[in-house]
Every structure is written in structure tokens, then in C-alpha cells.
Design a protein around this ligand. Structure first.
Ligand code: ADP
Ligand code: ASP
Ligand code: MG
Length: 257
């Protein structure tokens, strides 16, 4: 897209990184984009089921675990994923480099378990990109100004990805998930649901507020505010998915990245 860089942000959700085989598939998507000459920034979620497992562990101690300690615990899910994905990238000859939220410096407020991003420092990421390195950033994690670990609420890796895309003026933020795009309604519940090729930010905001967890609502708010085109697509196929953007007019432009 005009006025934007050649940076592509790729976010992979929990089912996409559920095991090492799936992580290898993820790395093929990264490699494809990298070979096209784009600068690639990766954001990953915890392995499927891991966040729930950690919540249950804490709740086996007390019904209301201390929120700041719960965030330290939950953040470990994404920590495992970035190290494994970077390791696979290096085995493929691509210099992946893991970052936890506090290392990037994704600064948030101190609303533990549902923190809001205040600011993202981009220097280290931009330096890596200029050296051909692929930063692999933990989704969902943040840090307060005084150094406490926070998390962004369930589904928060979407918000990490879109916020990073906004701060880097990326040309697109790809959201890789377990369905081939945004549907008229949840395709795992309604077999007659239809895939949509384009939705405006406003329409997506409405879908998300009605419970379409395919994108966390805050990620849609950020994309609308900073005009970040989003491409929701499946990790398990190479088919184009759904473009979320301002207007259908730019559809071809956006798909041509
Ligand atoms: P990820 O782990 O990749 O972030 P999520 O489970 O958070 O994936 O979101 C993907 C899921 O969102 C799908 O598996 C689907 O069941 C659900 N979903 C709900 N509403 C919709 C919709 N309108 N379109 C697509 N997926 C939807
Ligand atoms: N791992 C977190 C969750 O399960 C964040 C995410 O996957 O987006 O909610
Ligand atoms: Mg999700």
C-alpha cells in the first residue's frame, strides 16, 4: 500500500503453534514472505491449551490468584513459543530472534490480565529488520513502566500484532488461524456460515463485539484507528482469506503484497 513500508507482520495463533510439526508449517509461511523480499515480523501465541492449563494451575492454589503473579505465569506460554519458532527458523537458515514483550518494550498500563498498550519501542525491531533478521515477538505480553509483567486479555496476541504493525507502518498484518478467514458467523458452530472476502473495520468491530473471537476487538479498534490492513487466513492452506480494511477499493492493492 502507498505510504507504507515493505514490512509484513505475521501472527500465528495457538492452534497454529500447537506442536513442532505445526510450527514448521508456520515457518514455511514466514520463509515464503521473507523470500519475496519483504521484511517479516512474527508474533506468536502460546501453544493451544497452554494458557488454560496455566490458569487452572494457579486456580488450584486459590480461587483468586494475585493478578500480577497470574500475568507472570500466563506470559510463559508465549515465551515457550517464541523460542521454539526462532529455533526452527534458524534450522532453516533464517536468523529468527525471539523477543518477550518487556524486551521489545511493549509498555502497558497496570491493569493486570487486561492491560492496554500505551507505547511500543521500535528501535530494536527496525535495527534487526535492516540486518535481515526476523524478530519473533511474544504476543499477549506487556510490561508496565516500572517493570511489572502484564498480559493483554484473552486473544491479546491479535492486539500485539496489530499494534506492532501500526507502529512499524507495516503494509499488512496477517492473522493466521485455524479457519480460512472471517465468516458470516462462527463456522465451527454454524455449518452454513459463509466466508467473506472483505469486511470494513466498522463491520469487523461489530462482528467482534458480537463474539467473533477470530480477532480480539481491541486489535480491530487499533487497526481502524491507524488504518492497518488485516488479512485473516488459515495456517493450513495458501488460499487468500479475508481482508479487513477501510474500503474494498484497495482490495487488490492490499492483496498484492
Ligand atoms: P487463534 O488461536 O488462532 O487466535 P481463535 O480461537 O482465537 O484462534 O479464533 C479463531 C476461532 O474464532 C475459529 O476457530 C472460530 O471458531 C471462531 N470464530 C467465531 N466467530 C467467527 C467468525 N465470524 N469467523 C471466523 N471465525 C470465527
Ligand atoms: N495465549 C493467549 C490466550 O490464549 C493470547 C492469545 O492466544 O491471543 O488468550
Ligand atoms: Mg485468538
Amino acid at each position: 500500500m502507498r505510504g507504507r513500508s515493505n514490512i509484513v507482520v505475521q501472527k500465528f495463533g495457538g492452534t497454529s503453534v500447537a506442536n513442532i510439526d505445526r510450527m514448521r508449517r508456520v515457518c514455511q509461511h514466514i520463509q515464503r514472505e521473507y523470500r519475496k523480499g519483504n521484511k517479516v515480523v512474527v508474533v506468536v501465541s502460546a501453544m493451544a491449551g497452554e494458557t488454560d492449563r496455566l490458569i487452572n494451575l494457579a486456580k488450584s492454589i486459590t480461587e483468586f490468584p494475585p493478578e500480577d503473579e497470574l500475568d507472570v505465569l500466563l506470559s510463559t506460554g508465549e515465551t515457550v513459543s517464541v523460542a521454539l519458532v526462532s529455533t526452527i527458523l534458524r534450522s532453516m537458515g533464517i536468523m529468527g530472534k525471539s523477543y518477550l514483550g518487556f524486551q521489545v518494550r511493549i509498555i502497558t498500563d497496570d491493569n493486570f490480565s487486561n492491560a492496554r498498550i500505551i507505547e511500543i519501542e521500535t528501535e530494536k525491531i527496525l535495527r534487526d529488520l535492516s540486518q535481515g533478521i526476523v524478530p519473533v515477538i511474544a504476543g499477549f505480553q506487556g510490561v508496565t513502566r516500572d517493570g511489572r509483567i502484564t498480559t493483554l486479555g484473552r486473544g491479546g496476541s491479535d492486539t500485539t500484532a496489530v499494534a506492532i504493525a501500526a507502529s512499524l507502518k507495516a503494509k499488512v498484518c496477517e492473522i493466521y488461524t485455524d479457519v480460512p478467514g472471517v465468516f458470516t458467523t462462527d463456522p465451527n458452530i454454524e455449518p452454513k456460515a459463509r466466508k467473506i472476502d472483505f469486511v470494513s473495520y466498522e463491520e469487523m468491530m461489530e462482528l467482534a463485539s458480537l463474539g467473533a473471537k477470530v480477532l480480539q476487538i481491541r486489535s480491530v479498534e487499533i487497526s481502524a484507528r491507524f488504518k492497518v490492513p488485516i488479512h485473516v487466513r488459515s495456517t493450513f492452506s495458501d488460499e487468500p482469506g479475508t481482508i479487513v480494511a477501510e474500503s474494498r477499493k484497495h482490495l487488490k492493492d492490499i492483496l498484492d503484497y
